[in-house]
Design a protein around this ligand. Structure first.
Ligand SMILES: [Fe+2]
Length: 293
């Protein structure tokens, strides 16, 4: 298979685990310059208190500053339903462009309705600095990246392949974690399977970096594996599992899952590229649509 970038270049990848949401944020550095990108940052929220803070984002900012890096991109692999993005907060401090998949428009339309957003809520992705199409390439310094559309978990999911490292978002979990749910609006198990196969068509030695890890069966939190490991050992799609097996299993499992704790604040913030919505007086305010989800 031909890829539009050199997938042998090895970026320096540093993961930052957020224990509240089990999210891993990444700083990805060009080995040939000081340029870097942040993938899937997290803003802290105490939802019961309606309080937002920035400990996790400040840790990322400190790392970038301490290492003298230049932030070029803030990448969202998708509109997360379990944590809030800190991209605008980090952008204000460090610059960089916020990028997401072009199918954000679908997500904005669906949730714009559910949250009864008015006409001032643009559903054209214009809150983001860049909207990626399947196969689009961009640069982090001299490092070439390509974005792969990988719908199924959500319509706007993308996997970013940065040299030999792929940031899989919620397309895959670690081999013993399997895969993410496919039952959110616009999600689809069969589509997710096809997207996973696209990722697993990358060379065996490709490093894969997860967006989440829950440490199944008491193992320590981990976030890095390879295509080869996933192909052999992934409990949902690894060797011997068919698409039919996957769709049946995924659909049955999803029917048993509760909504993520932070889905209501997460969607409202993340579909706005991480900006907190405001009420008519300009005060930051979140809604709860009753029986809307
Ligand atoms: Fe997700």
């Amino acid at each position: 298979m031909d890829y539009p970038i050199d997938i042998s270049v090895k970026p320096e990848v540093t993961g930052f685990f957020d224990p509240q949401t089990h999210t891993i944020s990444y700083v990805v550095k060009d080995p040939a310059s000081n340029s870097c990108a942040i993938v899937d940052s997290v803003m802290d929220i105490d939802y019961a208190a309606g309080r937002i803070t920035y400990e996790h984002a400040d840790e990322l900012i400190k790392f970038v500053e301490d290492n003298g890096l230049k932030l070029e991109w803030l990448i969202e692999t998708h509109v997360h339903a379990d944590h809030l993005s800190a991209a605008p907060y980090i952008q204000e401090k460090l610059g960089g462009k916020i990028g997401v998949g072009e199918h954000i428009v679908t997500v904005q339309n669906v949730f714009g309705k559910i949250f009864n957003e008015g006409t001032e809520f643009q559903r054209d992705g214009s809150q983001f600095d860049a909207l990626f199409k399947d196969g689009d390439t961009y640069e982090i310094g001299s490092l070439k990246v390509f974005a792969m559309h990988t719908p199924g978990h959500t319509p706007a999911c993308m996997v970013h392949v940065i040299g030999d490292a792929a940031f899989v978002g919620d397309t895959l979990f670690m081999p013993d974690g399997g895969s993410a749910r496919a039952d959110f609006p616009g999600g689809d198990a069969a589509t997710l399977y096809d997207s996973i196969m696209k990722v697993l068509a990358l060379p065996d030695e490709t490093r894969l970096f997860m967006c989440h890890d829950y440490g199944p069966n008491g193992r320590e939190i981990a976030w890095e594996t390879t295509v080869g490991e996933e192909r052999k050992h992934n409990i949902h799609v690894g060797e011997g599992k068919t698409k039919e097996d996957f769709v049946k299993f995924r659909t049955e499992r999803d029917a048993t899952l509760a909504m993520p704790n932070l889905i209501i604040p997460s969607l409202q913030v993340n579909m706005r590229a991480g900006e907190i919505p405001t009420d008519d007086d300009g005060n930051p305010m979140l809604k709860v649509p009753v029986n809307g989800l």
